[in-house]
Structure formats: structure tokens, C-alpha cells
Design a binder for this molecule. Structure first.
Ligand code: KIV
Length: 255
């Protein structure tokens, strides 16, 4: 397993960092064996696996349970657990306690926070306590009721705010930054501004790494964001297997 320091140094390396989400043991073992650097137990589990129509209902207990499954199946990748909506940012104590549960009880190596001005101090405190933090700026889906699900950082003022928050989270000790759905030139600027690796999603090719939601990548999602790319057809494979089973039973060929 790489340490967060090794991931942190990756921004100086030649090879882009790879990060995928996973939410269960079989998927985590496939992602891990493929040599993906970081596995994110994202709160996207809400849409991808739990049938919610957003990430907002996801609970700490759900993230804890999925993180445990991923950790048990992972040998090499760094496992980052996403802190769900309102599990941080209310009081510092609650944020620390909940991040602590994901590391101490579920076995995550680090936590990710959807970041803003309210997470700078918490990031610093968690890092002081030994909990590595991945920051997340740009489109932050836990704020969908305020920002919608649209590209962020498209005005000069909004871009400047993202650059400022990125620097402040680096100074607070974050070991990496996810930058979601922002213009490619802004992502390139943020990547140049920071020493820690910037991992982009819908943020163009100039970041230090790329992340996608695994169900989009393998072709299992019902619907995907415009910037996702499908590299397989697992839904098609599953449909064919389930049809084959039904037909075999109905035709008397199985067992
Ligand atoms: O929850 C998630 O999957 C994420 C990624 C899209 C970065 O936050």
C-alpha cells in the first residue's frame, strides 16, 4: 500500500495517478489487482449502489460498512473513505469523531471531505491527529441544492475562489485534492499552483491524476455524468447471464 506521502510525491512523477471508486469486496479486489493507486469509497455509493437519487441520504454507517468491505479485499491500494453529508462541518468534535470511526473502525487509510471555507481548520486538525485528508473542490455534489450539478469555476471570481481554497487546503495539510467538473484551464492552473497531487474528474487532462466512478467505467450505471467514460459493458454481461439462467431453467436445461 502506498503511504499518503508517496501519493503526495506522485505529483512530481511522470505517471498520472489512478483512482477509482469501489464499494464492495469483489470490485475492490479487481480494482486493486489492476494496480489502481487509490480506491475511494465515495458517497457516490448512494446513487451507484443504494438506489438513492443523490448522495445526501448516505449515512456514516453506510460508508463505514462499505469501507470495511473494500479494506478487507484490498492489498495494495490506498483506501480513502468519503465523509458523508453533515458528518462533518457541524462541530469540530463531531467531524473528528466521525473521521476517526472511518479510520479506526472501518480501516480507511484517509478520509475525503467535500471542501470549502468551513473545512480548512478541520483539515488541519485531522492531519494533526494523524488522519490524512483528501480535499475536494469544484463541483461538490453534497451542495447540489445550492450549486446544482453543473460545471463550477466558470467565472473569474469563482475560479479565483477555487484556487484560493485549494492553496488553503494544501497549507492545512491535505495530501491531495480532487477537482471535479471545472474548466481544463482552471484545473491546469490549480495543478501548477499546488505541490500536492490534483486528481481530476471532468477537469481535463492537465491534472496529476484521474478519478472516475467505477460503475460508470465498467458500464453498470443507469446514467452517467457527461464527463464519464465507459470502458466496458458489465450491465450487458449481467443481462445476458441472467437471461441465460432463466432460459436454461424454463427450458429444463438446468440443472
Ligand atoms: O463520491 C465520489 O465518488 C466522489 C468522486 C466522484 C470523486 O466524490
Amino acid at each position: 500500500m502506498p503511504t499518503v506521502q508517496e501519493i503526495r510525491r506522485a505529483s512530481a512523477g511522470d505517471e498520472p495517478l489512478t483512482m477509482l471508486t469501489a464499494y464492495d469486496a469483489p470490485t475492490a479486489s479487481i480494482v486493486d489487482a489492476a494496480g489502481i493507486d487509490v480506491i475511494l469509497v465515495g458517497d457516490s455509493v448512494g446513487n451507484a449502489m443504494l438506489g438513492y437519487d443523490s448522495t445526501l441520504p448516505v449515512t456514516l454507517e453506510e460508508i463505514e460498512s462499505h469501507t470495511g468491505a473494500v479494506v478487507r479485499a484490498t492489498e495494495d491500494a490506498l483506501v480513502v473513505a468519503d465523509m458523508p453529508f453533515l458528518s462533518y462541518g457541524t462541530t469540530e468534535g463531531e467531524g473528528i469523531e466521525n473521521a476517526g470511526r472511518l479510520v479506526k473502525e472501518a480501516g480507511a487509510n484517509a478520509v475525503k471531505l467535500e471542501s470549502g471555507p468551513h473545512t480548512v481548520d478541520l483539515t488541519e486538525r485531522l492531519v494533526q491527529l494523524g488522519i490524512p485528508v483528501m480535499a475536494h473542490l469544484g463541483l461538490t455534489p453534497q451542495r447540489r441544492n445550492q450549486m446544482g450539478y453543473v460545471r463550477q469555476g466558470t467565472t473569474d471570481a469563482a475560479a479565483a475562489e477555487i484556487r484560493d481554497l485549494a492553496r488553503r487546503h494544501e497549507a492545512a495539510g491535505a495530501f491531495s485534492l480532487v477537482l471535479e467538473h471545472v474548466p481544463a484551464d482552471l484545473a491546469a492552473d490549480v495543478t501548477a499552483d499546488l505541490d500536492i497531487p490534483v486528481i481530476g474528474i471532468g477537469a481535463g487532462p492537465e491534472t496529476d491524476g484521474q478519478v472516475l466512478v467505477v460503475t460508470d467505467v465498467i458500464g453498470l450505471s443507469d446514467s452517467s455524468p457527461p464527463f464519464a467514460e465507459q470502458f466496458g459493458d458489465v450491465r450487458g454481461e449481467m443481462e445476458a447471464a441472467v437471461d441465460a439462467f432463466r432460459e436454461a431453467v424454463e427450458d429444463g436445461d438446468f440443472p
